[in-house]
Design a binder for this molecule. Structure first.
Ligand SMILES: Nc1ncnc2c1ncn2[C@@H]1O[C@H](COP(=O)(O)OP(=O)(O)O)[C@@H](O)[C@H]1O
Ligand SMILES: [Mg+2]
Length: 331
């Protein structure tokens, strides 16, 4: 088997606090193969953005990597210096940030922002930049490239702005695209178009994708495998079909039950009773225990170890839902 394009191992991210470091993300490990689409799903505040921002080392505020490694194409990005990271951002790894409205610069034309990466990395000669800009605008389905290139972000619709943000991320042909809630701000119809666009682009360009979302329906349409994050950890990982057919972690089950049946693909998640804990106030043991229907006294003593699941992936739970083979035929 070929080595993965990205291998995150035992990643921990923290912020210095009054009583020592507060862990935002703990012991996160996953791999993404070239061309693969990997989903990261979980409620707001579970550490999804923190995890993917760490990959390109753009953590906000005082947050920093405290341990673990992030191997991309043989290099450990967790320890890389700025000189190593600079050429990788954009050209090796592209990023679509959570809020496209704030991600775009309001005082620069869309064309200027799309070509910025080409200027920065100097990979395309200046006389070819315009052609490359138009090519990538066509690729993301922006009509009338000349007019839109001369426009400012506020002159575009929400869907066009998101396509522009994708064009900016793609202009240097990254091998891995990180997309943080790329459709959350959009209405349902546009959301479906953008997801289809991301899938098409991935196949056409042979690019790997990490898609972060709070919506399992979004992952279902787009990803090959999915990690479910809760309170700064991956609590379950599975091939996409298994997560819907036989979720093992009670949190995954709760996420699935919170999507109305029949219309799963198009509904945002309805919150599960209670909230994920604040990173500074995580309970001992399994942090889902206070909200978990399967909770037993042992759950509150230590975080459960990882159990591999049949068919790939696994879960961290003492009292998981039954697997496919164990489930009763009518259950
Ligand atoms: N730079 C930071 N400083 C302090 N707390 C942070 C920082 N970044 C994220 N957090 C906290 O870490 C937790 C996870 O945040 P985030 O990764 O944005 O979650 P998600 O993307 O899953 O909604 C939240 O409780 C958030 O408040
Ligand atoms: Mg986020």
């Amino acid at each position: 088997m070929t080595s993965p394009l990205l291998a995150v191992e035992h990643l921990a991210i923290g912020i210095p606090g009054g009583e020592g470091t507060v862990a935002l993300v703990e012991d996160v490990s996953f791999t993404v193969r070239a061309g693969e689409a990997y989903g990261i799903v979980g409620e707001s505040g579970c550490g999804k953005s923190t995890t993917i921002r760490a990959i390109i080392r753009l953590l906000a505020g005082r947050a920093g990597i405290t341990s673990g490694s992030i191997r991309f194409d043989g290099q450990d990005l967790a320890r890389a210096d700025e000189a190593t990271l600079r050429p990788l951002r954009g050209a090796g790894i592209g990023m679509i940030f959570q809020d496209p409205l704030t991600a775009l610069n309001p005082v620069l034309t869309v064309g200027r922002q799309i070509t910025e990466g080409l200027r920065y990395h100097g990979t395309v000669p200046s006389r070819e930049r315009r052609a490359r800009m138009q090519e990538v605008m066509r690729l993301v389905g922006l009509p009338d490239p000349a007019r839109i290139a001369a426009s400012y972000p506020h002159e575009l619709s929400g869907g066009q702005r998101q396509r522009a943000a994708i064009a900016i991320a793609l202009v240097c042909s990254p091998r891995l695209l990180l997309a943080d809630e790329p459709t959350t701000a959009l209405d349902v119809t546009i959301q479906a178009q953008i997801l289809k666009l991301l899938s098409d682009l991935r196949h056409r360009l042979g690019m790997a994708l990490i898609l972060v979302t709070h919506d399992l329906g979004v992952v279902a349409q787009t990803c090959d495998r999915v990690a479910v994050m809760y309170s700064g950890r991956i609590v379950e990982e599975a091939p996409i079909a298994r997560i819907f057919a036989a979720p093992r972690h009670p949190y995954t089950v709760a996420l699935l039950n919170s999507i109305p049946r029949g219309t799963r693909a198009h509904h945002p998640l309805h919150p599960i009773a209670g909230m994920p804990p604040d990173p500074a106030e995580r309970p001992r043991g399994c942090s889902f225990a206070p909200r978990c229907p399967n909770m037993q006294p042992a759950c509150e003593r230590a975080f459960p170890g990882w159990t591999a699941a049949a068919g790939g992936g696994g879960f961290a739970c003492y009292h998981p839902a039954p697997g496919q083979a164990e489930a009763s035929p009518d259950g």
